[in-house]
Design a protein around this ligand. Structure first.
Ligand SMILES: [Zn+2]
Length: 99
């Protein structure tokens, strides 16, 4: 009689991982600041050079940084998104502490 290993199939639904939206979106969070409501997204690194609005220094390709836009901009979040800025992570955090 051949030996049968127990089925390795799991009952349906077991070990199901919910979609990690945070990871899927690259890590988005909302922040309130003195000048409005912001959406902040962490990026692992861009493929071009951005200029940080805080220190006016380059953010080189491949450098993890954040991109932020205003959700309550005039014209709505779409307008804010249009006007988004790339920041050094440390510069964005410093900005948050100044408010
Ligand atoms: Zn900077």
């Amino acid at each position: 009689m051949p030996s049968r290993r127990p089925s390795r199939k799991r009952p349906w639904g077991a070990q199901h991982q919910p979609l990690d939206m945070d990871r899927a979106l690259g890590g988005v969070r909302h922040e309130s600041a003195a000048d409005g409501e912001w959406t902040v997204r962490r990026l692992r690194g861009g493929d071009k050079v951005y200029v940080c609005p805080a220190c006016r220094q380059d953010i080189l390709p491949g450098t993890p940084h954040v991109v932020a836009w205003q959700r309550d901009a005039v014209g709505g979040e779409a307008a804010g998104l249009e006007d988004r800025r790339h920041w050094h992570s440390s510069c964005w955090e410093r900005r948050g502490r100044l408010r």
